[in-house]
Design a protein around this ligand. Sequence first.
Ligand code: PLP
Length: 391
Amino acid sequence: MIPHVLPTYNRADLAFEKGEGAWAITADGTRYLDLGAGIAVNALGHANPQLVEALTDQAGKIWHVSNLYQIPQQERLASLLVEHTFADTVFITNSGTEAAELSIKMVRKFWAEAGDPDRIEILTFEGAFHGRSTGAIAASGSEKMVKGFGPLMPGFRQLPWGDMEALKAAISDRTAAVMLEPIQGEGGIRPLSDDDMRLIRQLCDQTGALLVLDEVQAGMGRTGRLFAHEWSGIRPDIMMVAKGIGGGFPLGAVLATEKAASGMVAGSHGSTYGGNPLACAVGAKVMEIIATPEFLAEVNRKAGLFRQKLEALVAAHPEVYESVRGQGLMLGLRTHVAPADVVKAGYAEHLLTVPAADSTLRLLPPLNISDDEITEAVARLDRAASRIDGQ
Ligand SMILES: Cc1ncc(COP(=O)(O)O)c(C=O)c1O
């Protein structure tokens, strides 16, 4: 018999009753050190007092009004995002997938309004993940995600990951946009170099193609800058954000320049829940906390400490771990064994990690994890590896 919950996930036999900072706690009080953070969502840890206050304050006032009315909390969040980024305008969504959908629509509308409605080709990279909607799976093109869901939305072409020669050959003045994650998340914590990011921007400038960045996983302070593309000094035309921005509350956003958003006039897009007061009150608080030089400096300091310890861990267990990659607190451990085996061994050590493609274990702790918790996490990763290699 089919379970009451549609069985689209292979779930671990674990349920958490509450959380405190970097710890998720089961009903019997067992504490798991959480290096998954709900897949890069709980950026400020579980039950963060400042976020609980922002949420409960708003919950006692008004939850939802619809976008038929002015929503001051939405305006505040949008203003904070504009103030701290390349963007001139923001649409608030409930998830990363919705942000991907709107980004694709925005690209198409841009070219339609420019009098070139057939300019629809969006170049993406293999291994990309933008969500599970029909548009987002077409963008990714991965066999696993698209099988059985055709015919796919046309207009996407996947290039080998990070292959700049392939991009140079594929891009032209018929390309509508290039869409990519600066660091692939689900694809295995695969970063593009700053030089490649600058080259992509240059190729877009030369051809007129829009540059769409998916910072759903890499954004909101995760790499040690507010958004990952800032490391390379470039600016996108459109950017999708989600996950960390809500700190655990479902929230996403599309940020755009005035030019890229020029086709999105009244009636061209909408959302019942997107931008509601509850979500935006939390999102604005998250922005206030993360978008400060002090907070981001701490992320970078902790990332340095974590990375150093992880390099030593790799040296101690060369048959389990191969190398460390990623940036800031978006870290990946490449593994010689199936990453799912390390995740399982981690459960036995009361440690939560997340597998990814390309033989990679993802480490995405809350950004405010403490130094002691980093030390403890590496000790548990060490014991998890010992369960596998006997060392
Ligand atoms: C880079 C990236 N884009 C988009 C998404 C989709 O976001 P959501 O699951 O919130 O719809 C994800 C989710 O993992 C993601 O990692």
